[in-house]
Design a protein around this ligand. Sequence first.
Ligand code: ATP
Ligand code: MG
Ligand code: MG
Length: 347
Amino acid sequence: GGTIGILGGGQLGRMMAQSAAQLGYRCIAYAPEGDTVAAQVCDDVFANGWDDTAALAAFAAQCDVVTWEFENVPVATAQAMPGDRIFPHPRALETAQDRLAEKRFVEGLGGTPAAYARIDSMHDLEMAVDRLGAPGILKTRRDGYDGKGQWRIGSARDAAALNLPEVPLIYEGFVEFEAEFSVILVRGQDGEIRFWDSTRNAHEAGILATSTLPAGETIEAQVDEARDLARQVADALKYVGVLTLEFFATREGPVFNEMAPRVHNSGHWSIEGAVTSQFENHIRAVAGLPLGDTGCVARSVTMTNIIGSAIKGAQSHLQAPDTHLHDYGKAEVREGRKMGHVTRLVR
Ligand code: ATP
Ligand code: MG
Ligand code: MG
């Protein structure tokens, strides 16, 4: 038993808390932002601001261990937690919150990101499009998710017509990928690492639509190399918990896209599809328990996200065999918002 504190209040925290409850923990959430679905499973929710020092201290005082479900928790907030009781270590947030820092870090470990350039002005962008070519994608360095804060640049003329937002940006050459996949691992407090099978991930309008297993030969041939990099990232960060790296499978091998220092949407299949889910293993890791088997229990798995108003008819999925619905219980339905997911297994 004991109390696990979760920074963030979204569906990832909700599913984490469900696993924690099963293992006998009490969870509390620190969730200043919006509609907190973690509240349905957590004993208490602190809705104070990320920089409310007194509230953070009161939160930490209740927790035996603290983790996060949201990758944009301010680093200072994570650092305000007791350093020996927060997992992963806040340095993982620091690296992963900035697309530029993240790419440099991964390159330093021998990984290959898309060609990129730092953009702080129109001049930088013109130079970058000239040097790296078009098409490409201009991204905000911070705070992007589900494809938000990204602009497709088809030509130098597109670039010239842009009204640059006043935030740090990065330009990436467009990767002609054959497929996308993710490597999800859990690393324990003793440094043991286990990987889940890598799913094939398909995106629609910048949002993950489906994750499927088996992922197919193109991806399977690149998983070992991608895992080597993910292992190095996890070891370099002395990471504890679940870590995700997204990759493009290309003709030249795996190209690193981005990392998420947390459980990941493309790992939701593991709730029913793996011996131990990403959520349970994350809790096991941060609580210092033995890690569970990450093996897949089915011949094939398809996880489909339920976006926006599609949640209305979602219960009809339950007519299909071995199909499992997760409705996150979000009060507000918005276009492009992740409302739930459904996992179908063939055993
Ligand atoms: P997430 O919700 O995964 O955190 P995000 O907003 O951080 O998403 P990215 O992962 O950077 O966004 O991009 C979203 C999707 O857009 C990618 O999965 C991929 O399909 C496409 N994409 C992003 N960058 C590139 C690129 N350089 N070349 C080709 N496609 C790209
Ligand atoms: Mg991202
Ligand atoms: Mg992504």
